[in-house]
Design a protein around this ligand. Structure first.
Ligand code: NAP
Ligand code: MG
Length: 495
């Protein structure tokens, strides 16, 4: 357990937490229509961190109306792409200027180490806005030579009012991934943050107004998935829904969206294979395999949760990953020496604990970990399981915690099929010095991202998303922009 004294929380953060947080609708901060609130919990202690308005269907209705007005007739609709880009850029600048405040909010609400929020969540979110700001002026159609006396061209128009539902694992960054392309293309948004981690998105809403985003362009309705989220997904005046979260809820979103056939993009779960060959740089591969599963406490949709190791080096790699696990300092995210914080919630804690127990009961062996830590907050040990079988729950299902199953394999011929033996297809890792082998296997893996001799590398310019039941569409990069626009073909008789 980490032991250092907690770092001091800055006054701006303490004040932000002390004030009950409201919904952002039409540029104003308002109470929920019902007057209800709910608590956001600090997962390091299980205690109440802040009170937040509990929006539901009525608030979603108001937010969608505001977003529709802003899309059809507000200043946003008339604004030049260049001006739009400048506002988005400014949001990125303001995030950088307030980096420390956002990192603290993220740590307190989500549990992740402050040192991680400072170098990953907040800077990546700022970078996403800067990257997308540049695209605002570069969204172009094309001219198309067609038969006959016609001029044909396409326009890329914003899709309209977008509902965005995001999870709790990277609260600010997921908001950025969603908002960046929506704003760059000129859409308007109703954002529903996760009930466990609503705070950084609400603070981001304040920055967006400060950056000059007109009223109604970004509306934020905090609340629960079954009420606010479901109302947004089903809303007849929403043109697109973008969702990140569990595959189970993803399927509900698709059903809800069928009413008005709104467009849907989904970024769902994963059970990503991480494959180490015996000709890999073992030091790099071992550290990479540990990072692939333990980063963000395994609460990553792309976590390298199935570690496949060529049999000759299996024991060595398992030992290396286990040694890394032993060095991890589990503790509150606000402690200076913490390298792994608590899981996000009691529910998630029980879920991960349940998986650990199921794995051990089914005959898996924990080389390291397998237990919970302390009796306050939601801490678990980083865990490496061996002696697993492909049929076990821990091998098949997404755990979303710091639990990796390590399995030996014999040859490149069998590994692609084994790696692909999952209903998911979000990411994969390959570790080898043989570049031909790496590329050949990369081609065979059914995954939206393949990392070779690295893992968890993200960039605003690189598309991210899933094959199979890991999702529909892509986030980031120019692929994301396409999914926020409609293509209009215009055909003109010219003689
Ligand atoms: P989840 O239920 O899928 O939550 C994701 C978002 O969807 C939240 O904002 C949630 O609201 C909302 N939501 C829930 N039910 C909804 C509905 N019927 N209609 C519309 N929106 C709805 O995920 P979770 O329960 O927090 O986590 C469960 C598991 O999902 C995890 O253990 C993990 O396996 C997976 N997960 C994956 C990702 C990812 O990045 N792919 C992220 C988080 C979780 P509430 O906040 O009120 O629930
Ligand atoms: Mg919280």
């Amino acid at each position: 357990m980490a032991t250092a004294t907690p770092l001091q929380v800055h006054n701006v953060v303490t004040e932000f937490l002390a004030t009950p947080r409201k919904l952002l609708i039409d540029g104003k901060w308002v109470q929920a229509h019902s007057g209800k609130t709910f608590n956001s919990i600090d997962p390091a202690t299980g205690e109440v961190l802040a009170r937040v308005a509990e929006g539901d269907k009525a608030d979603i209705d108001l937010a969608v109306k505001a977003a529709r007005r802003a899309f059809e007739s507000g200043p946003w609709a008339k604004m030049s792409a260049s001006e739009r880009g400048r506002i988005i850029w400014k949001i990125g600048d303001l995030l950088q200027e307030n980096l420390e405040e956002f990192a603290e909010l993220e740590t307190l609400d989500n549990g992740k180490p402050l040192s991680v929020a400072r170098v990953a969540d907040v800077p990546l979110a700022a970078d996403l806005f800067h990257y997308m700001a540049g695209w605002a002026t570069k969204i172009e159609g094309s001219t198309i030579p067609i038969a006959g006396p016609f001029l044909a061209y396409t326009r890329r128009e914003p899709i309209g009012v977008v509902g965005q539902i995001i999870p709790w694992n990277f609260p600010l960054l997921m908001a950025a991934w969603k908002l960046g392309p929506a704003l760059a293309t000129g859409c308007t948004v109703v954002l529903k943050p996760a009930e466990q981690t609503p705070l950084s998105a609400l603070r981001l809403g304040e920055l967006a107004l400060e950056a000059g985003l007109p009223p109604g362009v970004l509306n934020i309705v905090t609340g629960f998935g079954e009420t606010a989220g479901a109302a947004l997904a089903a809303h007849p005046d929403v043109d697109k829904i973008a969702f990140t979260g569990s595959t189970e809820v993803g399927k509900l979103i698709v059903q809800a969206a069928a009413g008005n056939l709104k467009k849907v993009t989904l970024e769902l779960g994963g059970k990503s294979p991480n494959i180490v060959f015996d000709d890999a740089d073992l030091k790099q591969a071992t550290a990479g395999a540990a990072n692939a599963i333990f980063f963000n406490h395994g609460q990553c949709c792309c976590a390298g949760s199935r570690l496949f190791v060529e049999d000759k080096i299996f024991d060595k790699v398992v030992e290396g990953v286990s040694e890394s696990a032993k060095k991890i300092k589990v503790g509150p995210g606000m402690n200076a020496d913490t390298t792994m914080g608590p899981l996000v919630s009691e529910e998630q804690f029980n879920r991960v604990r349940g998986y650990m127990e199921a794995g051990l009961n089914e005959g898996a062996k924990a080389v390291v970990g397998g237990k919970t830590v302390g009796n306050r907050g939601y801490f678990v040990e980083p865990t490496v399981l061996v002696n697993t079988k492909p049929t076990m729950k821990v091998v098949r299902e997404e755990i979303f915690g710091p639990v990796v199953t390590a399995m030996p394999f014999k040859s490149i011929d069998e590994i692609a099929a084994e790696a692909n033996n999952t209903s998911y297809g979000l990411a994969a890792g390959i570790w080898t010095k043989d570049i031909a082998k790496a590329h050949s296997l990369a081609n065979k893996l059914k995954a939206g991202t393949v990392w070779i001799n690295c893992y968890n590398v993200f960039d605003a310019a690189m598309p991210f998303g899933g094959y199979k039941q890991s999702g529909w569409g892509r986030e980031m990069g120019k692929e994301a922009l396409e999914l926020y626009t409609e293509t209009k073909a215009v055909c003109v008789r010219i003689n």
